[in-house]
Ligand binder design. Structure first.
Ligand SMILES: Cc1cc2nc3c(=O)[nH]c(=O)nc-3n(C[C@H](O)[C@H](O)[C@H](O)COP(=O)(O)OP(=O)(O)OC[C@H]3O[C@@H](n4cnc5c(N)ncnc54)[C@H](O)[C@@H]3O)c2cc1C
Length: 413
């Protein structure tokens, strides 16, 4: 990679290039229509072409690529969940992130720097022991550490927090990491387009034509197209699009905010999170401190940011690193998250025969981009839901077979 860059830099003339071709005319129909040009839709399109040779595929995106939650997220990647089903799934995702730059020939800047969740009470430490044991059992690097090790891992953190939330230890997850969200989306888009997948930006899906329990046509703002199979991956709008298709999902929308400071010299080389303070921090490759927390406590489909949440996140960050008190904030932003009752996604079949779901990604779906894309492509291509995805079936809510990850999702995403 650096040699290619050097050669490019020394070239007398620079030929302009496009990562993806301009939006083409819509064809009359496609074998697979993917609704949503976020990371999940694009990854599924790539794996359909690459792994299954299905290339007559259209990705329909109402705005611009990755303009939904994909480019609004704070890029926590981890597999230290609570249930066996989740750990197995997210562990495969972390593995795919580790090889993604090589697989795509596109630098997604994966940095496996480890994630530390702080405990501020004996009760929190006890619950971390359960997650650590589950993690070890499933082959991930997850362990409980004491306050001294917290200090070694993160020398600048304030351990007593003014006596308010003294740090008693933490959950250290060496597999945790981060990557560039827009690079992930564009890497998949570029390689999918090279395989023949058509990417249609500014193409909103507004309805469906059906025959019995099959979708025959997808209606868009640019006309109607026939579809062999349909995959829905529309982030915060999953509930609405499912209603257009004629069924309801157990999804509610909550705003989730984050913000970023001016760039600072490197001082935080892990992902740091505190569930008690509802705050987490990560230093980006530009030196900015990305600060996030929990969802807003009310249902709303709005991307407006609030002063309340800015103050809350600043308070949490200052408890952990008081020396940040004069640092300036550069930006604050919001995404609409599609939350399920058990804080786990919905993947697999829908009530319609040829209509597939990749939704309910709430506050935690970036880390699943490659694994959801790969496994959903397998489901669409073969008509058989892979074992890895079966626990996340929509019908689990009828069977009361929830995959409860509320405690392990909290403010770490
Ligand atoms: C502030 C914030 C922080 C987060 N932090 C993390 C984190 O640290 N780690 C983590 O794993 N996850 C995190 N998440 C969650 C993560 O961002 C999402 O779960 C993930 O990006 C979902 O990807 P997606 O491709 O399914 O959806 P999106 O990226 O939202 O893409 C869906 C696309 O569908 C398009 N669309 C919608 N309706 C239509 C229609 N009718 N027709 C055509 N197109 C349509 C939208 O325009 C959008 O581009 C965070 C989210 C937010 C908001």
């Amino acid at each position: 990679m650096p040699l290619t860059l050097l050669r490019y830099g020394l070239r007398p003339r620079h030929v302009s290039f496009r990562d993806i071709p301009p939006t083409p005319e819509l064809k009359r129909g496609y074998d697979v229509v993917i609704i949503g040009g976020g990371g999940h839709g694009l990854a599924a399109a790539y794996y359909l072409g690459k792994a299954h040779g299905i290339r007559n595929v259209a990705v329909l995106e109402k705005g611009y690529l990755a303009g939904g939650n994909t480019a609004r997220n704070t890029t926590t990647i981890r597999s230290n969940y609570l249930t066996e089903e989740s750990i197995r799934f997210y562990k495969e995702g972390v593995g795919l992130f580790a090889t993604m730059s090589d697989d795509l020939g596109f630098n997604i800047m994966f940095s496996q720097r480890g994630q530390l969740t702080l405990a501020h009470s004996e009760g929190a430490l006890r619950s971390f022991h359960l997650r650590a044991e589950m993690g070890k059992h499933m082959g991930t690097r997850t362990e409980v550490v004491d306050a001294k090790t917290v200090r070694d891992l993160c020398p600048h953190v304030n351990l007593d927090l003014g006596g308010l939330h003294e740090v008693t230890g933490g959950l250290w997850h060496a597999d945790g990491g981060t990557a560039r969200h827009d690079a992930v989306a564009w890497g998949y888009a570029k390689r999918a387009a090279e395989l023949g997948v058509e990417i249609h930006q500014r193409t909103e899906v507004t309805g469906f034509r059906k025959a019995g329990d099959r979708v025959t046509h997808v209606v868009t703002g640019r006309g109607e197209i026939a579809a062999g199979q349909v995959l829905q991956a529309v982030g915060g709008l999953n509930g609405q699009v499912a209603e257009m298709a004629g069924f309801r999902l157990p999804i509610r929308c909550f705003p989730l905010q984050a913000m970023v400071t001016q760039p600072l010299k490197p001082f935080l080389d892990i992902l740091l999170s505190s569930a008690d303070l509802h705050t987490y921090l990560v230093q980006s490759s530009r030196g900015e401190i990305v600060i996030g927390g929990g969802s807003d406590p009310y249902q709303l489909a709005s991307t407006r940011s609030t002063l309340d949440q800015k103050e809350h996140l600043a308070e949490g960050a200052l408890h952990l690193f008081p020396f940040l008190h004069q640092v300036k904030l550069l930006r604050q932003w919001t995404g609409i998250t599609d939350m399920t009752p058990d804080y786990s996604p919905i993947m697999g079949a829908s009530p319609l025969q040829n209509y597939w779901l990749d939704c309910g990604w709430g506050t935690w779906g970036f880390k699943a981009t490659p694994v959801a894309g790969k496994r959903m492509a397998e489901a669409v291509a073969t008509g058989r839901v892979p074992d890895l995805l079966r626990p996340f079936d929509l019908r689990r809510f009828d069977r009361f077979a929830l995959v409860n990850e509320m405690g392990a999702t909290a403010a770490s995403h």
